[in-house]
Design a protein around this ligand. Structure first.
Ligand code: MN
Length: 255
């Protein structure tokens, strides 16, 4: 292979929520993100996974690693907030964090709220963090907690796979939140209508791989191209303009 074929590309696409460490070919996918110019935020589900993820992405141009404690794991792993606290000063990106009030996880909901409150407070006191936030059946609670514990000038929130109501979306916009859109969110007409109303300047894209499938295989960051194309259709914009807008949004978020 020549050097040129492996040289990192300029930024073209964004996958702002993906679990690269849950794929068997983690390292190869980091290489793909660089080769194809995909700005990828790889999230972790437990703080214990963060150091190794960071090491693997340390030479990557386009992959960044987020420090997380997934709400679905808080039931058994709430104590890992100690490791979260230990690593947080070294991590600009935080996720996956948030709340899940689905039937399977409702038993830990109070614990989840304690952990998420602590995450928001720590982020607020350190400042400058960007959080990718899970809010399944709990959008109202997530927004209440963001409003109470993370002032907009102390951190930025990206709502990952938002499935709330139109009123909740409006409230999230007022709180300064971004929305990372995945392919699944564009499948149902009601969701497409909602995404059509989000402010254009608050949109990003994501895959949430490997939890989303494309046919029988797991989605990968390069599949985000299809999401951008579908999002362009929903927003009635040319595909190239949609892609440029998303890159501008990411730059604004990081500024
Ligand atoms: Mn996820």
């Amino acid at each position: 292979m020549t050097q040129d074929s492996t040289a990192p590309s300029p930024l073209r696409w964004i996958d702002f929520h993906c679990h690269l460490d849950l794929y068997p070919n983690h390292v190869a996918l980091i290489g793909d993100c660089d080769r194809l110019g995909i700005a990828t935020l790889t999230v972790t589900t437990t703080p214990k996974a963060w150091p190794r993820n960071r090491e693997l992405a340390s030479r990557s141009k386009h992959v960044r690693v987020a420090l997380g404690l997934h709400p679905q794991l808080v039931g058994e792993r709430a104590g890992e907030i100690r490791e979260f606290e230990q690593y947080l000063p070294a991590s600009r990106y935080v996720g996956e964090v948030g709340l899940d009030a689905g039937p399977q996880y409702y038993g830990s909901f109070n614990k989840q709220k304690d952990v998420f409150r602590r995450v928001l407070e720590l982020c607020g006191s350190q400042g400058g963090k960007i959080l990718t936030v899970h809010s399944v059946r709990a959008v109202g609670h997530v927004l209440d907690m963001v409003e109470a514990h993370l002032p907009p000038d102390r951190g930025r929130i990206v709502l990952h796979w938002f499935t709330g109501t139109r009123a909740q979306a409006a409230r999230a916009v007022k709180l300064g939140c971004y929305f990372s859109i995945n392919g699944r969110m564009l499948e149902k007409p009601a969701h497409r209508a909602l995404v059509k109303e989000f402010p254009l300047e608050r949109l990003l894209t994501e895959t949430d791989g490997p939890f989303v499938k494309v046919g029988v295989r797991s989605i990968v960051p390069s599949d985000v191209r299809d999401t951008v194309a579908n999002l362009a259709l929903v927003r009635e914009l040319p595909g190239e303009e949609m892609a440029r807008t998303l890159i501008g949004n990411l730059r604004e978020l990081l500024s």
